[in-house]
Design a protein around this ligand. Structure first.
Ligand code: 6YU
Length: 502
C-alpha cells in the first residue's frame, strides 16, 4: 500500500456513502482524502429534525433488517444508539420480508372505521401478490412489464373467482383497500406509481432479518459516530462540485480535476462520486467532462428515482386506538385499483395512503407521520404549511367523522425540491435489470481490462445491487468503492514488488 497512501482522493457528497468510503480509506492509511459537500451539513438523506421538543426523522426512518449482517445495526449497537428491545435476539431473528406486521386501523371516506374482517382478505391477497412479484426475478420471467399491471390483472381475476359470492359493497370496499395498499407501496418504493416499477427487477431487492427499529435520539447519531473517527477538517462544507474533468492524463495533466461552483479547481488521482441518482439524472450532462459513456447514461435514465415525503402531525389527544401502529385511509370511490389521482392540484391529498403512529407514546406524545409519494407529493411541497395543514385537517375530519379534530402543529419533508437530492430514493424502473446497477457502479474509464486506471468511482444507495434505497445499501457502497481503491493499490504494489525482485 505504500505508494497508494499518498494518492489524492476526493469524495463528492457527505451522505452516509461518502462518509463510509472516507472512513475505510483513512483506516487503510490513505491520508489525502477530502470530502466536498454542497450543503452546510453532513448526512444527506439522513436528517434528524425536531417537532417541538420531539426528535423526528425528515429522511431515513428505520434500520431495515436490524441483524448481524446489517452494518448499520452493528455500528449503531457499537455506538450505543439503540433501545434495548432492538438488541434482543428475538428482534434480530424476526423475518418480516420488508413489511413490518403493524397493527392497523382502517377508516373510509364516509367517516366509518372498518373492521379487520372487512379488510383482511384484501391485505392477504395483496401480500401474496407482492411475494409473487419478488419471485419473477429468480424465475427469469416477467409476465407483465410493471408491478402495477401484474397486481391489477391478478386482483381482478382472483376477485372474480374468490370474491364472487360476497355482497357487492363489501367486494368494492376490498378493491378500494387494494388501491390504498398500492399507494402505500408507492411510498415504500419511492415511486409515482407501481406502473413505473419493473416487474422482473422488483425481486432484485433483498431484505435482511430483524424487526425494523429506530434511533431513539435520531439517525444522525450514526453520522456523528462515523465522523468522529475521521480527522477534523476532512470535510469541506458549502462546496458544491460543478464538474468532474476526467481523462486529463491524456492531455498531460493530473488524472482528474474537480471544478467547484466557486471556481476552485482541485486535482486528484481518484474521485468517488456519491451524489443521489435524482441529482445525476438532472445534472449528468454538466457534471462530467467528457460525458458519461452511453451504457452508463442509459442506466442512469432507466433506473427510477421518485419522491416519498412525510407529513408529521401532532395532536393534543389521540383519536386512534392505543394499540394502533398504522392508519389506512380508504377512498370508497377507488375500486378501480388506482395509485394516482386524476387531478393533482385538486385532489393531491388522496394520494396520502395513511399514517404511521410514532411510538412509544411516552417519548413522542401523540404524533402521526403521514406518507405521500409521487407527483402528488411533489405538488404538496409547493404549498404553504398552512395549506397542507388545512388539507390534512379536512382529510382526518372526513375519515373519522369528527369535525372537531384539530392538529397542534405539522412539519413536512420536501425532498423533491431539495436541489442536491431531487427526490427520495431509487427503484428499479420498467425495463431495468441487474445490469443497470452494475453499470451504475462501474468506474470511469469503463473497466474493459484489469489494467484500466481508476479515475472516477461511484457509490451511493442507487449503486447497490440488492440493498438500493436504504442506508445500509449506501454505507456498503461506500465501503465497496474504498475497497476497490485499496485493492487497486495492493495489486499495483505487489506487481511493483515482484518486478523489483526480477
Ligand atoms: C433506510 C429508512 N426511509 C425516507 C425518506 C428518504 C430516504 N431512506 P445522500 O443523499 O445521503 O448523500 C449525498 C450527498 O451528496 C448529500 O449530502 C448531498 O448534499 C451531496 N451532493 C449532491 N450534489 C452535490 C454536488 N454537486 N457537490 C457536492 N455535494 C453534493 N433508508 O435504510 N431506512 O427508513 C429510509 C427514507 C423520506 C428521503 C429514506 C431510508 C433512504 C436513505 O436515506 C438513503 O438510501 C441514504 O441515506 C442515501 O445515502 P447516500 O450517501 O447514497 O446519499 C419489497 C421492496 C421494495 C424495495 N424498496 C424497499 C426499501 C424501503 C426503503 N424505505 C425507505 C423508507 C424510509 C422511510
Amino acid at each position: 500500500m505504500s505508494g497508494g497512501v499518498n494518492a489524492k482522493i476526493i469524495i463528492i457528497g457527505c451522505g452516509i456513502s461518502g462518509i463510509s468510503a472516507a472512513q475505510r480509506l483513512v483506516n487503510a492509511g490513505f491520508h489525502h482524502v477530502r470530502i466536498l459537500e454542497a450543503t452546510a451539513r453532513s448526512g444527506g438523506r439522513i436528517k434528524t429534525g425536531r417537532l417541538g421538543d420531539k426528535v423526528i426523522e425528515i429522511g431515513a426512518n428505520w434500520i431495515h433488517g436490524p441483524s448481524e449482517e446489517n452494518p448499520v445495526f452493528c455500528l449503531a449497537r457499537q455506538y450505543g444508539l439503540l433501545d434495548p428491545e432492538a438488541l434482543t435476539p428475538e428482534n434480530q431473528a424476526m423475518d418480516i420480508g420488508g413489511h413490518p406486521p403493524w397493527v392497523p386501523s382502517v377508516f373510509c371516506s364516509s367517516g366509518r372505521q372498518l373492521s379487520a374482517e372487512d379488510i383482511y382478505p384484501a391485505q392477504e391477497m395483496f401480500a401474496e401478490l407482492l411475494n409473487e412479484c419478488s419471485e419473477f426475478h429468480s424465475e427469469g420471467r416477467e409476465p407483465k412489464a410493471c408491478v402495477g399491471d401484474f397486481i391489477r390483472s391478478e386482483v381482478l381475476q382472483r376477485a372474480a373467482e374468490n370474491w364472487k359470492d360476497i355482497d357487492p359493497t363489501a367486494r368494492s370496499l376490498r378493491l378500494c383497500m387494494i388501491s390504498n395498499l398500492l399507494k402505500g407501496e408507492c411510498c415504500v418504493n419511492g415511486t409515482h406509481s407501481m406502473d413505473e416499477v419493473g416487474l422482473g427487477a422488483f425481486g432484485l431487492y433483498k431484505t435482511l432479518p430483524g424487526l425494523d427499529c429506530i434511533f431513539p435520539r435520531g439517525y444522525e447519531g450514526l453520522v456523528e459516530g462515523l465522523l468522529s473517527d475521521l480527522p477534523s477538517g476532512l470535510v469541506t462544507y458549502n462546496q458544491p462540485v460543478r464538474c468532474v474533468h476526467w481523462n486529463n492524463a491524456e492531455k498531460g495533466g493530473s488524472p482528474v480535476t474537480v471544478e467547484c461552483d466557486d471556481g476552485e479547481r482541485i486535482v486528484a488521482d481518484h474521485v468517488i462520486v456519491t451524489v443521489p441518482l435524482g441529482y445525476l439524472k438532472k445534472h449528468h450532462s454538466t457534471l462530467f467532462d467528457p460525458p458519461l459513456p452511453l451504457h452508463k447514461l442509459h442506466s442512469v435514465q432507466r433506473l427510477g428515482f421518485g419522491t416519498n415525503n412525510k407529513i408529521f402531525v401532532e395532536f393534543d389527544v389521540p383519536w386512534w386506538d392505543a394499540d394502533c401502529e398504522v392508519i389506512h385511509l380508504v377512498w370508497e370511490d377507488e375500486d378501480a385499483l388506482v395509485d394516482k389521482v386524476p387531478d393533482v392540484q385538486r385532489s393531491w391529498i388522496k394520494k396520502l395512503f395513511g399514517f404511521t403512529v410514532l411510538k412509544p407514546t411516552e417519548r413522542y406524545g401523540h404524533v402521526l407521520c403521514g406518507w405521500i409519494a409521487g407527483h402528488e407529493s411533489e405538488y404538496m411541497e409547493t404549498l404553504s404549511e398552512q395549506e397542507v395543514t388545512q388539507a390534512v385537517t379536512q382529510l382526518i375530519r372526513r375519515f373519522t367523522g369528527n369535525p372537531t379534530i384539530t392538529p397542534k402543529r405539522i412539519l413536512r419533508s420536501q425532498w423533491f425540491h431539495d436541489p442536491w437530492t431531487c427526490g427520495s430514493y431509487s427503484y428499479p424502473g420498467k425495463g431495468c435489470s441487474g445490469q443497470d446497477t452494475e453499470n451504475m457502479m462501474e468506474p470511469l474509464p469503463p473497466q474493459k481490462s484489469q489494467s484500466q486506471p481508476l479515475q472516477v468511482l461511484f457509490a451511493g444507495e442507487a449503486t447497490h445491487d440488492c440493498y438500493y434505497s436504504t442506508v445500509h445499501g449506501a454505507l456498503l457502497s461506500g465501503w465497496r468503492e474504498a475497497d476497490r481503491l485499496i485493492s487497486h493499490y495492493s495489486s499495483v504494489n505487489s506487481s511493483d514488488h515482484s518486478k523489483s525482485k526480477l
